[in-house]
Design a protein around this ligand. Sequence first.
Ligand SMILES: C[S@@+](CC[C@H](N)C(=O)[O-])C[C@H]1O[C@@H](n2cnc3c(N)ncnc32)[C@H](O)[C@@H]1O
Length: 340
Amino acid sequence: MTRDKRTTKFTKPIVSNKEGLQLATPEIVAKYIAKRLKTNIIADLGCGIAGQVIFFARECRKVYAVDKDPEKLHYAKENCRLYGVDNVEFILGDALSPEVKEKVSDADIIFSDPARPLSEKERTLETLKPPITEIIKIYSDIIPDLAFHAPPQMPPERLKLDCEREYLSLNGQLNRLTLYMGSLKCCDRSAVVLPGEKRLCISDASHIKESQLCEYVYEPEPSVVKAGLLDDLAGTLAHEQKEIFFFKSDERRTLLTAPMLVKSQFFKDIYRVVGRTEMDMAKLKIVLRSQNAKNVVLRLDIDPGKYWDMRKTLEDGLNGTRTLHIFGFGNDLIMCEKLR
Ligand SMILES: C[S@@+](CC[C@H](N)C(=O)[O-])C[C@H]1O[C@@H](n2cnc3c(N)ncnc32)[C@H](O)[C@@H]1O
């Protein structure tokens, strides 16, 4: 057993083994999910060490915490005690068994955060543990309101379910995908940004307009990009009299642009453009020197093994004071200063 004093996942020193802690939902995410799923009785099938259960217990009248692993369930009980919640019924058993179904049959909502087999290359709903597809088959006849965490990188074509897909980013990184079924579904796709709990839903917004590079560039939160909500983001900002345009994207990054400084919690980072050139080291260095650069951060598609060599070559001889970010789209390089 380890007492978690080091991770930033929890605000109290929870108990767990290494695996349980790795799989546990961070407190800030669990709090958001619990608020969204607030109800009378909820069942968490595959509750692990209770990372989510604790916060369900704070929002709901009663929680069923089910796990088939006795060690995890032991930690779950300890952690609930540590957080001072006592409205949890712990059930040791297989979530797919008729016995467990019978025990949790009065729940209003079924939730599950299944484990992802580490060895697996391609994620599917069938191979998660417990499998989402099986839970739907077993439970949806008596409890139609179901919610699941699924691997956020799973391609949408493998998610053939009538559900809302909510992508969540935490501190600028894509953290999870939650699927909401039955009356829990509010729209087809949504994005949430934590901290701050800002939420964006798909709407009938018109297509985001494209533009040439303007003075400012914006990196949208990864949850917004993954949910395909750039049109909706532009629409939401337009309601606030703010105009934002699509500039460029590739597999790894998307940039929006605007002539004015626009602020939104759906932007991961904002930059001011200081130069633009083609992929030519000599030309690039001229711009970097003229812009008083000292360090560079490369946002290009380069072989990771060559990142530090290229960075060293570019920084060699620079004696300014600024850190500049270099975004590359093919031959097009854009030098920017990060504003926040
Ligand atoms: C990703 S972890 C859940 C983590 C949890 N949300 C937390 O914050 O601690 C998935 C859990 O599902 C449990 N599990 C897998 N298959 C199960 C099954 N068929 N029945 C019950 N529990 C199962 C595993 O033992 C594991 O603890």
